[in-house]
Design a protein around this ligand. Sequence first.
Ligand code: GDP
Ligand code: IMO
Ligand code: MG
Length: 427
Amino acid sequence: MPALVLLGAQWGDEGKGKATDLLGGSVDYVVRYQGGNNAGHTVVVGDQKYALHLLPSGILSPGCTPVIGNGVVVDPSVLLSELSGLNERGVDTSKLLLSGNAHIITPYNVTVDKVTERFLGKRKIGTTGRGIGPTYADKINRVGIRVQDLYDESILTQKVEAALDVKNQVLTKLYNRRAIAVEQVVEELLGYADKLAPYVSDTVLVLNQALEDDKVVLFEGGQGTLLDIDHGTYPFVTSSNPTAGGACTGAGVGPTKIGRVIGILKAYTTRVGAGPFPTELFDEDGEALRRIGGERGVTTGRDRRCGWFDAVIARYATRVNGLTDFFLTKLDVLTGWEQIPVCVAYEIDGKRVEELPYSQTDFHHAKPVYEMLPGWNEDISKAKTFGDLPKNAQAYVKALEEMSGAPISAIGVGPGRDETIEINSFL
Ligand code: GDP
Ligand code: IMO
Ligand code: MG
């Protein structure tokens, strides 16, 4: 069985955590391949609700080995507190594997994230303030600290010195902040070494051997396609590649090993932070989607911006990820509207455009062209098969499928594990 990738097809928060958890019982490994604790993945099991930030959602499935791949940026204090929080709730976390090549989010990366956002003022990205961008910047600038560096004090000290050399100049002279002491950072980081040691491993080797042994490996993306540093709405993006190719670089697995790419797609659209969002609503419909959908950030507690479904974006996600399937989530949230607008194209400077424009200027001017689909009033949260859905809900799903370019293989009708309609099996 080849590997599967499960990723966000919009701007994040599509329900990746729930979808991963649903498959967790049937897969051997669940791997995070990019991002860090900017992610907030909610999983509801029975009456228990879990919010995961760094740990793959597979950690809640006893048979599954959770893996944090080389492409992830890891804040050690967040990881350790997430682990102990789960242990206190009786979840066994001992199988976790952490790549020695993953980069560490240091305290100075968090500081730089916050001060640069403040400095940008009105032009800010609206980051989660978790140090994600500055940590990836250090990685690309080759002054990053990796998990393996925690086990060589001399190298760690040299690397922290190198990283702080320029940063302290910037912090003190540009941002008027106090310099950060090398010794203090080194001491803090060394304090995590023993606690993380049981998990550190050569995850690339482990995952490739697992695939050779016909084990099932699921890659769980953080964020979403439109937040991708290359393919998203740059600069209003995160600093990694949530798109399917990111799974290969972020876990060290070749593209020939990946057989299925599942895009998680909300039945409407949300976005957190700044940046263009053509179908955004500023009226009572937007407020209703936020209220009924519980659209509040898991990581930062910010209200999510809400809007109607955007088929242009869904088609784009199908293309850049090579999606084989969609998992449509939160269809239940749309119950009760008489008519549901769906964006089928954009109007840009008087012209109808069917595909996502590559030009940022054009995208900022894009106005949604809506088609109205008839709504439904019946409670759909107990639906178990596609046939259980009211006719208009079935037609809504079919219309989205047609417009989006890949089959909808599962439908979420509630946050719980069993509140899912499975149409085609993923495994
Ligand atoms: P993620 O970041 O992609 O894992 O998504 P989040 O957890 O940030 O946000 C998705 C929210 O929707 C969570 O509160 C989930 O519990 C919830 N959710 C997921 N699928 C469904 C669904 O089909 N219906 C409803 N009503 N809620 C869902
Ligand atoms: P999950 O995995 C939604 C957004 C931030 C900001 C931009 C850059 O739960 O879907 P960053 O801190 O990454 O540098 O912020 O990206 N963002 C998310 N939005 N869901 C997420 O994760 C996000 N992670 C980052 O709001 O606009
Ligand atoms: Mg989330």
